[in-house]
Design a protein around this ligand. Structure first.
Ligand code: AMP
Length: 175
């Protein structure tokens, strides 16, 4: 099944020059959604995964389904100020300035093997923040799975340089 063709591209959203890769068209199709989750899970069949970490917000939809399929728990990485319990934080770079991502301080146990899930990797800033949060809690990143890679922005290579195993179902040129 050609999942790449199920992703809608919206030029100049949210600002000029950005090609927004909208996965809601893929999620809305039963067979495409199921196939997507199957492909995200496939590389980890037979490997030890203790928890899935999904990145706000589309990473929650995909990560929840992946966790269900792997029969493991799910932990959210959210933007600063959204989680209700005690948190740990990690700053990450935006185009202008910085922001922070947070996890609950008790979301992972030391030594757990974690799979990161998000819809798309661009510069890798958000995924790198997730890696740091997971490691701060003493857990290990077993891999990071995305639906879309934008290889020209270098995020996947940055994660690989940290020895993280990265998979993406499809790739698009440009931003
Ligand atoms: P980055 O931290 O640069 O790797 O950006 C990844 C995050 O931003 C993901 O959670 C995506 O949902 C979102 N994102 C970045 N660029 C795009 C794009 N071209 N289309 C859709 N989402 C994007």
């Amino acid at each position: 099944m050609d999942l790449r063709s199920m992703i809608r591209t919206i030029p100049d959203h949210p600002k000029p020059g950005i090609m927004f890769r909208d996965i809601t068209t893929l999620l809305g199709d039963a067979r495409a959604f199921r196939t997507t989750v199957d492909r995200l899970v496939q590389p980890y069949a037979g490997l030890r995964i203790d928890k899935v970490v999904g990145i706000e917000a589309r990473g929650f939809i995909l990560g929840g389904a992946v966790a269900h399929q792997l029969s493991v728990g799910f932990a959210p990485v959210r933007k600063k100020g959204k989680l209700p319990w005690r948190t740990i934080a990690q700053d990450y770079a935006l185009e202008y300035g910085t922001d922070a991502m947070e996890m609950h301080a008790d979301a992972l146990k030391a030594g757990e093997q974690v799979l990161i899930v998000d819809d798309l990797i661009a510069t890798g800033g958000t995924a790198m923040a997730a890696v740091k949060l997971i490691e701060k809690l003493g857990a290990r990143v077993a891999g990071a799975s995305f639906v879309v890679d934008l290889p020209e922005l270098g995020g996947a290579d940055k994660l690989r340089a940290l020895s993280v195993h990265v998979d993406a179902i499809c790739a698009f040129a440009g931003h």
